[in-house]
Write a new protein. Structure first.
Length: 200
């Protein structure tokens, strides 16, 4: 039986239960329903020293993050809008992926990446979504065709984790499907290339 693809969700804010983190939970729940193994690295798990490439040791939180990204077939990023862009908490976490530069899949190479941005209004949410997608491209990831911008002034989550706006919930569900589908397709392509090299 084929091993399940792994999808890691990264983000939220340092405030437990933030709207961004709840949105991330919703995407990962759908990815799990589709058969993926999922892992959440929420905002509180991202409280790490400012990334310094000269440092000779890393915190346990940094080691966990890097191991999760290195093993992932797909990634979901979620950020609140901070002054029109992604939070420093998430940006610092993504800076740590510099440690994967010499990996067989450097940075976010070969990984589908879904992006969710949450703002107290549409302007911040939309500009933050664009910034997230720019960072994904810079890290060689494949942004899913659908990214989600969410206005927390009008939209939230129920106690069972469902978004109270059916349209946004549908977008979160669709984005999860795109991450899982791409992750499966890319893993199959890698396996085919590896088999061809071995045979040839």
């Amino acid at each position: 039986m084929q091993q399940a693809v792994k999808v890691v969700g990264i983000g939220g804010s340092s405030r437990p239960g933030s709207t961004a983190e709840r949105g991330l939970h919703a995407v990962l729940a759908e990815a799990a329903r589709l058969g993926a193994d999922v892992e959440l690295i929420g905002g509180a798990d991202l409280v790490m020293p400012l990334y310094d490439p000269r440092a000779v040791s890393r915190s346990p939180e940094a080691h966990r993050l890097l191991a999760a990204v290195a093993a992932a077939d797909g990634v979901v990023l979620a950020s609140p809008a901070y002054h029109g862009t992604l939070s420093g908490l998430l940006k610092n976490a993504l800076d740590y992926t510099e440690e994967l530069r010499a990996d067989s899949r450097p940075y976010l190479t070969g990984r589908a990446v879904g992006c969710l941005a949450v703002g107290q209004g549409w302007q911040g949410a939309v500009t933050t979504l664009g910034a997230l997608r720019d960072v994904v491209h810079a890290l060689r990831g494949w942004s899913t065709p659908l990214g989600v911008a969410m206005n927390s002034a009008t939209t939230g989550f129920s106690a069972d984790g469902e978004c109270d706006d059916p349209h946004i919930q549908g977008q979160l569900t669709a984005m999860a499907g795109q991450v899982v589908d791409f992750a499966r397709a890319h893993r199959a392509a890698r396996a085919t290339r590896a088999a061809a090299l071995q045979a040839g």
